[in-house]
Design a protein around this ligand. Structure first.
Ligand code: NAD
Length: 417
């Protein structure tokens, strides 16, 4: 009979929770640790704190396999660290404190030869600069030979479970034995290719992938602005260009959100400011988009005489069909508008069951009754079944998502108003 190693996942958020469930489903003895009492208490009541397609089934099978949750770190063969890695707002470089704290906690409990795998997204050099010295110092004092690896996670909310079991993985470790031990556990949960590399290259790949996407989106946002200034249809131009076999321009929109694209590229700019002009400009372009949306709202408002209290935002999350609002363009726009209009904007999001911003309604009907100008900020599937309900509204569609005839007064960000 195969003896499975024990795994302790540290941080049970959007990444750590599904990861712990998938390891448990695959036979590992898994313990999940989170500093949030509330998260642990909900999980121990057998309730999921986040919504995600297929997560409930996975949770049930993990419970049957004996997964446990607590605020404590326990003795294990592997520790997988999935804690947040925000950037320091002023310096724009990584704030490594969550990872440092999590590793320090692990070092208090680990047994000899255990492996600490950092899954959190980190800027290149973070492990060498902040984590390795802690572990080396600990090893010197205790002779426990604790090893480090980096296995950056790339799954996307909305399709997490599928991606967890099919995505290729990059595993970075600086010695062959650790690398092989880590590869063995990840190859048992994914059918994707496993790439072995150094810790530094693993750190770089994740940040570079997100930077590539941020720069590509900035390019398409610039095309969108050019379209509105010089009177051409950027959506059609992008669609035609993308027929070229080697061109793939991403979609323009009201800005970027989530935990990755608006944040990770700043790690490179923060650490290497002298040689990252293109990346910095791209990030600034993406960050300028909510302001660009606001300019359009103001022009439409004047043209149609819409009162501030009758403007509504459809969609608060950072992308369609997920309940994650972190860094979302809608929240950025709301904070701009609050400064600008001085009143709470009406908003609605079909994926949110709780009020997250003032002025938000949980009923779509109420949202429609209270608005004349509807700004489509997120391409939720819910709207596809409700385009007819927008017939009498003035629409600003920031994604070119709605049909052209959705209303007699439909505007796009590419319109020169
Ligand atoms: N969300 C995504 O789509 C995504 C995708 C790929 C990579 N990532 C990266 O994965 C990491 C985690 O992101 P997330 O979205 O899961 O974050 P999250 O905020 O949803 O979850 C992090 C969890 O860690 C817990 N935590 C913080 N410090 C802790 C500690 N010392 N001990 C135990 N628990 C602790 C928090 O309470 C929280 O529940 C980040 O580095 C992020 O950049 C996220």
């Amino acid at each position: 009979m195969k003896i499975y190693p024990t795994i302790n996942i540290i941080g049970l958020g959007y990444i750590g929770l599904p990861t712990s469930l998938i390891f448990s489903k695959n036979g590992y003895k898994v313990h999940g640790t989170d500093i949030k009492k509330e998260t642990i208490s909900i999980l121990n009541k057998k309730i999921l704190p986040i919504e995600e397609n297929g997560l409930q089934e996975l949770f049930e099978s993990s419970l049957r396999n004996g997964i446990t949750f607590s605020e404590e770190v326990i003795v294990s063969d592997f520790y997988i660290v999935c804690v947040p890695t925000p950037y320091l707002p002023k310096l724009k470089s990584i704030d490594p404190l969550f990872v440092i704290k999590a590793v320090e906690k692990v070092l208090n409990f680990c047994k000899p030869d255990s492996i600490i795998i950092i899954e959190s997204t980190i800027s290149p050099g973070t492990i060498k600069k902040f984590i390795l010295p802690l572990v080396e110092d600990f090893n010197k004092k205790t002779n426990k030979h604790i090893h480090l690896a980096h296995a950056p996670e790339r799954i996307i909310p909305g399709n997490m479970i599928h991606e967890l079991v099919t995505n290729s993985r990059t595993i970075g470790a600086d010695d062959e034995i650790t690398l092989d031990r880590v590869v063995e556990i990840y190859s048992s949960i994914t059918s994707g290719k496993i790439v072995k590399t150094s810790i530094l290259n693993a750190e770089l790949t994740k940040v570079v992938e997100n930077t590539f996407r941020a720069v590509n989106i900035a390019f398409s946002n610039e095309l969108l602005k050019l379209g509105s200034f010089y009177n051409f249809d950027p959506y059609e131009v992008i669609e035609i260009c993308n027929l070229h076999p080697r061109v793939k321009i991403l979609n323009p929109g009201p800005g970027v959100g989530g935990h990755c694209i608006p944040i990770d590229p700043w790690f490179l700019v923060g650490d290497w400011p002298l040689h990252t002009d293109l990346i910095r400009l791209s990030l600034e372009t993406n960050e300028s988009m909510p302001e660009f949306v606001l300019e359009h709202i103001n022009k439409i408002k004047s043209k149609h005489g819409v009162k501030n209290q009758r403007i509504g935002l459809y969609g608060l999350t950072y992308k369609e069909d997920v309940d994650d609002i972190r860094e979302s363009p809608s929240l950025q726009l709301i904070s701009l508008i609050n400064k600008n209009l001085g009143s709470d904007l009406i908003s609605f999001d079909p994926t949110l069951k709780k009020i997250v911003v003032p002025g938000q309604t949980l009923s779509y009907e109420e949202f429609l009754n209270q608005t004349d100008l509807v700004v489509i900020m997120v391409k939720h599937s819910h709207l596809k079944n409700n385009f007819l309900s927008l017939k009498s509204k003035i629409i600003l569609d920031t994604h070119n998502y709605s049909p052209k005839d959705v209303s007699n007064n439909r505007y796009l960000l590419s319109d020169s108003l």
